[in-house]
Design a binder for this molecule. Structure first.
Ligand code: SF4
Ligand code: SF4
Length: 202
């Protein structure tokens, strides 16, 4: 992950929702500027209090876009310090990325979160966007009716899902693709493909 992190309770309150005692993004993401690894508290963070250097933030922290803060339709129980996971929208794919507190790796499987992630997957799939949960580098694709373990998903990889109908019925074809730079841009190479029968109307 190279998403930025921020724990500012004051400066990032543009949407009317404030971080308050939440500082989870300062733990779950890496910060390139400091070489801070994902999953460890930033040395500048006072957990539960905020950032100690908020007047001199790295650009990646200042630019962080927390979905709970910018999407009022997301209920209060999705506040990251309650949910134990942080939601963002990937700027290129528009996929919803759910990054789970490694100290609570099964948080996303609990009710009501898991059921709501499935609903989010259903509504987003109609728009061509996916919901992907990360616990560390391990990724799980949330589909409207099932979860698909993707294994380690790196920054160079993208995920594609298509619905395929054949003699055996309708299935999701899930592909993980490697992005590779070429002289005239980039190309995508298939790293893995799996098929998953649709279990209910998607
Ligand atoms: S610099 Fe501040 S906002 Fe950025 S991760 Fe560290 S504590 Fe959080
Ligand atoms: S995860 Fe969201 S609510 Fe929590 S500190 Fe970061 S920006 Fe604020």
């Amino acid at each position: 992950m190279n998403a930025a992190a921020s724990g500012l309770s004051e400066a990032l309150a543009a949407s009317g929702r404030e971080c308050g005692g939440c500082t989870l993004c300062c733990k779950v993401y890496n910060v390139v500027a400091f070489g801070k690894p994902a999953g460890k508290w930033c040395s500048h963070c006072k957990p539960g209090r905020g950032c100690k250097i908020h007047d001199n933030l790295p650009a990646e922290c200042a630019a962080f876009d927390c979905l709970w803060k910018t999407m009022p339709a997301l209920p209060m129980h999705w506040k990251p310090d309650q949910a134990k996971m942080v939601l963002t929208v990937h700027p290129q794919t528009n996929n919803i990325q759910v990054v789970v507190d490694p100290g609570q790796p099964s948080a996303w499987t609990r009710p009501p979160y898991h059921g709501q992630l499935r609903l989010l997957a259903k509504s987003n799939m109609a728009k061509g966007h996916l919901v992907i949960v990360f616990v560390g580098e391990l990724a799980t694709l949330i589909l409207p009716d099932q979860d698909v373990q993707l294994g380690v998903l790196t920054l160079d990889q993208v995920v594609s899902v298509t619905l395929e109908t054949g003699p055996g019925g309708t299935a999701y074809e899930v592909q993980v693709l490697n992005r590779r730079a070429t002289a005239d841009g980039q190309t995508l190479e298939v790293a893995s493909t799996s098929r998953h029968a649709v279990r209910s109307a998607a």
